[in-house]
Design a protein around this ligand. Structure first.
Ligand code: C5P
Length: 319
């Protein structure tokens, strides 16, 4: 509406990593990665309100916590990555638009600091909303660059889907989507900080040698073949799941290991930590069986841990 307030709405999907191989630590402190992202239909709702007629650009962010951690206090305004995304986008406009107040409201459903990319996805949703509102002022390259400066997995959420990530995770190669996978996710209410997990990964690697980085491309190739050749052959896909950060996440929060055991015991063909954790995922034998596996996993979790975790079943694939 010309001259008036505009409200933009975006859904921000979560991701899991079906494959995450970690290579050498680089001079910039990041680790070389080879990963396979898969976006999943678990969404934050992101609302961006643009109030024109301001004397300068202002940024406000508010968020309500996810059901998994109802008392969590979330960062607001420019301490929230979504606010920094708005600020970064406006910097790219280089004074070509008249100043406005930008307000972001996020209804969180994706658990925070869980390895599911929620904060990154919210930031990408803000970039997408602003890019559409201002009629695509940024080239695709400029938008990706802005996204990757905000965080390694923010570029993924500009497009979503099944995507290979290289370099620090921002160098993307989309993969043909294929049928969705029946997954059961374990969502703990406790967080894990990504930098802590990478630091523990380095400690474990220097103590006992690392995972097989030179073989990572071949291992990912095997998983991609299983995903494309024989989507019915879930056992081959299960065998190809890999996350090099898993021992580090378990070492920091041993409960993560209990969740993997529960998913395995409940009948998942393969189980894995998502990203830097603590969220976990299991590949269910079929879509029909996924809800039963979910309930069984819930019942297998030790008593003290049960109130700190929720399980959901879904079929992967989301934009
Ligand atoms: O890029 P992002 O801000 O999401 O990364 C958070 C932290 O995770 C980094 O500060 C770094 O400690 C770690 N990280 C890493 N290697 C990567 C991605 C993230 O070491 N490829």
């Amino acid at each position: 509406m010309a001259g008036g307030v505009t409200v933009l709405r975006e859904q921000a999907a979560a991701k899991v990593n079906l494959f995450l191989a970690v290579g050498p630590r680089r001079p910039d402190g990041y680790h070389e990665l080879l990963t396979l992202y898969e976006t999943v239909p678990l969404y934050d709702d992101v609302r961006v309100t643009i109030r024109p007629g301001a004397s300068r650009w202002t940024y406000r962010v508010r968020a309500t916590p996810p059901p998994s951690s109802p008392r969590l206090r979330l960062p607001v305004d420019l301490r929230n990555l979504a606010g920094r995304a708005a600020e970064r986008f406006v910097a790219e406009l280089e004074g070509t638009a008249t100043p406005a107040g930008i307000e972001v409201f996020i209804a969180k459903r994706i658990p925070v600091a869980a390895g599911l990319g929620g904060g990154s996805s919210d930031a990408a949703a803000v970039l997408r909303a602003l890019q559409a509102h201002f009629h695509d002022p940024l080239t695709a390259n400029a938008l990706s660059r802005a996204a990757s400066e905000l965080g390694s997995d923010v570029p993924l959420f500009l497009g979503g889907g099944r995507t290979i990530g290289r370099s620090r995770g921002e160098d993307l190669e989309p993969v043909a989507p294929g049928p969705g996978l029946p997954l059961v996710l374990g969502l703990p209410s406790f967080p894990l900080r990504t930098p802590d997990v990478y630091r523990r990964f380095d400690e474990l690697r220097s103590a006992s040698g690392g995972p097989d980085w030179p073989g990572a491309e071949q291992a990912l190739g095997n998983l991609l073949r299983a995903l494309s050749d024989s989507p019915e052959q879930l056992a081959d896909i299960a065998a190809g799941l890999r996350n090099d950060l898993e021992p580090a996440a378990i070492s920091l929060r041993p409960e993560v290991g209990e969740l993997l055991l529960a998913l395995r015991g409940a009948g998942c063909l393969g189980v894995i930590v998502s990203g830097s954790g603590p969220a976990v995922l299991g590949l269910a034998p079929s879509r029909d069986e996924a809800p039963t596996v979910r309930e069984r996993a819930r019942s297998l979790v030790p008593h003290g841990l049960r109130r700190k975790v929720s399980f959901i079943s879904l079929v992967s694939g989301a934009r």
